[in-house]
Design a protein around this ligand. Structure first.
Ligand SMILES: NC(=O)c1ccc[n+]([C@@H]2O[C@H](COP(=O)([O-])OP(=O)(O)OC[C@H]3O[C@@H](n4cnc5c(N)ncnc54)[C@H](O)[C@@H]3O)[C@@H](O)[C@H]2O)c1
Length: 317
């Protein structure tokens, strides 16, 4: 099978590329190396695959590159490219979110419609549900995003479904719930907390720390995404969660346990766009995809902590 992975040098994309190559696939990866975090970090995330003959990197924006040429001979597309992050999506930065999350998706869908690919899997987000106390979140629930980022993820999800309904392009969306694990983006909470454990300083917690998230390990995310490609019902969306709801305060305690470091905590007011709680109802993914999350939060934190320490070891050599 030949795959296109957009956002291939990112946190989730780089893991997915490795899985596809490991199962014998050929992969074209597209990434524009946007500056949400350093290019060097993104390059290091794909350093293990760059030299592999079955991988080809195309550097550029989905809005600009020659998609017709890239899609030639591709069977399946995994569309992960996006500007992530809830808090920075207000104000002038929204232009980047609209361009890279929505307009880029529309251009990709048009190209896929022409090209005869089998199927496109779209990386959506729990942020489409917004700030609700109706937990667990089910795919049939009303979607009321609480941030501009969430609006772009939901709009693109609608686009993806439209191309199935109108043109028969097989599309499946997977709504990821807070992903963590090795290579987690530097702006995300667990990575920020673990860095403080490793390097000292203090942890900034937004709000009272009683906000909760369904943390999902990246290997479970990659697994569910591959299952959606193989077995997902076209036109559908699937929640992908880790299976438990943990408050930030509980997370901090677990991080202290895993790292053996006591964290000094600074509290600042909650930020606009942050929701109070997320929890995935994964029964649809369980039923249609045979997906069950396998990695407990403690195991996942241990994995991410070991990865962070291995980076520090390499830097020190
Ligand atoms: N990490 C999470 O917790 C989480 C949760 C829900 C959904 N998601 C979604 O998963 C996907 C991957 O997120 P991530 O955390 O790996 O982010 P990331 O920033 O690490 O990876 C995204 C990659 O896409 C690239 N990119 C962005 N716009 C592009 C464009 N227009 N053309 C080409 N490349 C472009 C970026 O350079 C980046 O390397 C995103 O679609 C995100 O919305 C992530």
């Amino acid at each position: 099978m030949r795959y296109l992975v957009t956002g291939c040098a990112g946190f989730v994309g780089s893991h997915l590329v490795e899985r596809l190559l490991a199962q014998g696939g050929e992969v074209i990866g597209v990434d524009a190396f946007l500056e949400n975090y350093p290019r060097e970090r993104k390059l290091s995330q794909i350093s293990g695959v760059l030299e592999q003959p079955s991988f080809r990197l195309v550097e550029g924006l989905l809005q600009e590159i020659d998609l017709e040429e890239i899609l030639e001979g591709i069977d399946q597309v995994f569309h992960l490219a996006a500007v992530p992050g809830v808090r920075p999506s207000w104000g002038k930065a929204f232009q980047d979110y609209a361009d890279n999350n929505l307009l880029a998706t529309q251009r990709l869908l048009e190209a896929c419609r022409e090209s005869g690919i089998q199927r496109l899997i779209y990386a959506s987000s729990s942020s489409v549900y917004g700030d609700t106390d109706r937990l667990p979140m089910h795919e049939d629930a009303l979607t009321l995003p609480f941030s501009p980022y969430g609006v772009t993820k939901l709009a693109a999800e609608h686009m993806v479904r439209l191309y199935y309904r109108n043109f028969g392009l097989e599309t499946v969306s997977v709504r990821y719930f807070t992903v963590y694990g090795s290579r987690q983006r530097p702006d995300m909470a667990i990575q920020r907390f673990l860095r403080v454990a490793a390097e000292g300083g203090s942890v900034t917690v937004f709000g009272d720390g009683e906000q909760s998230r369904d943390f999902t390990h990246v290997t479970d995310i990659a697994d569910a995404t591959l299952r959606a490609a193989a077995r997902g019902t076209p036109g559908r969306v699937y929640n992908v969660g880790g299976g438990s709801r943990v408050t930030v305060n509980e997370l901090l305690a677990l991080i202290e346990q895993v790292t053996g470091c006591r964290l000094s905590i600074e509290r600042t007011p909650a930020k606009p766009g942050d929701v109070r709680a997320t929890l995935a109802d994964c029964s649809s993914a369980q039923q249609d995809l045979g997906f069950t999350p396998r990695v407990s939060l403690k195991e996942g934190l241990e994995e991410q902590w070991a990865w962070l320490n291995s980076l520090a070891d390499k830097a020190g050599q």
